[in-house]
Write a new protein. Structure first.
Length: 316
């Protein structure tokens, strides 16, 4: 993308898919390599990247209609993929001679309904969608009141949200439906909404790069947003924002040259739901590189099957 000082919003249809492709690749890498510097580097930015993107694409919508649309369009696929994986786990684990993860009924209905912190193994990623959905609903309420994210009155919300985010993270890791992280996600949505109004200049590369590098290299504690672990106060989340903004810039520049990344980005939600299950069941049988490949390819193929059948009305 040429450096003309344009806002980034006009490029969103191309570069957003590329950025999502990079983001979902980082998510899968972070779940294949579960410890060490590579894992920490992926966790340093991958979830904030998606929240920032959502904020960048946010516009004020009528509160009632937006809320209903979010609840239906997000929780229907959430429930469908959750039921699918529960059934798959019942079959796969019993074929292996093991008990499935949920095997005490009806007692197991409680963790299934609570979601978030209580869903582990192949279900561990299911905190993300309800967390983002609730944060977007709240953010839309605020956008309707103050459509300009640079309005000074946003500080009335943002400062308490930051304090609540860190306080909750220090207090507990228990997170029904992933809602523990909603205050921090709200702040990231706002940062994303502000970013298209910032005129890019190359002088931003050095400070953003230094801050991002501190996060990616583990000089700063990494993030685990599922349990509201935000690392070093402000610094770790700032490093995640810096890394994501540089990735957005890179995505805009390469948008016309990376069709595979864009295709991966369009399938990102299905990959999000299914990749952990692939990793969970195949880890004993495959090396890391093969596991990464299969965890991307199988959900990507599933996305294309789903979108060509009536199943898309349920799973997409």
């Amino acid at each position: 993308m040429e450096n003309r000082g344009h806002q980034q919003a006009p490029y969103r249809l191309d570069w957003v898919d590329v950025a999502r492709g990079i983001g979902i690749g980082a998510v899968v890498v972070g779940h294949v390599w579960t410890r060490g510097p590579l894992r920490d580097a992926m966790y340093a930015f991958h979830m904030p990247l998606f929240f920032l993107l959502s904020g960048m694409l946010s516009r004020p919508h009528p509160v009632g209609a937006f809320t209903r649309r979010q609840l239906i369009s997000q929780m229907r696929p959430y429930a469908a993929f959750l039921v699918l994986l529960i059934v798959a786990d019942q079959i796969i684990e019993r074929l292996k001679g093991h008990l499935p993860i949920f095997h005490s009924w009806p007692e197991d209905m409680a963790p299934i309904l609570l979601g978030g912190f209580w869903l582990r193994g192949p279900f561990t990623i299911f905190w993300f969608v309800p967390c983002l959905m609730v944060a977007r609903i709240l953010f839309n309420v605020a956008l309707n009141r103050w459509p300009d994210p640079l309005d000074r009155r946003w500080a009335v919300l943002l400062l308490p949200m930051l304090l609540i985010a860190y306080a909750l993270g220090w207090w507990t890791q228990a997170s029904p439906l992933g809602l523990l992280s909603v205050p921090m996600v709200f702040v990231l949505l706002w940062v994303g909404a502000v970013w298209p109004r910032v005129r890019w200049h190359n002088g931003l590369i050095l400070p953003l790069g230094l801050l991002a590098g501190a996060g990616l290299s583990s000089l700063l504690p990494t993030l685990n947003m599922k349990v509201a672990d935000y690392g070093a106060p402000l610094l770790s989340i700032g490093a995640a924002v810096a890394a994501s903004l540089l990735i957005f810039r890179l995505s805009a520049w390469i948008a016309n040259h990376t069709a595979p990344l864009a295709a991966l980005g369009r399938a990102s939600l299905v990959i999000m739901y299914l990749h952990v299950a692939v990793i969970h069941y195949l880890t004993p049988y495959l090396g890391k590189i093969w596991l990464l490949s299969v965890a991307l390819v199988l959900p990507f193929a599933a996305y294309h099957v789903i979108r060509r059948t009536p199943l898309r009305r349920v799973f997409l």
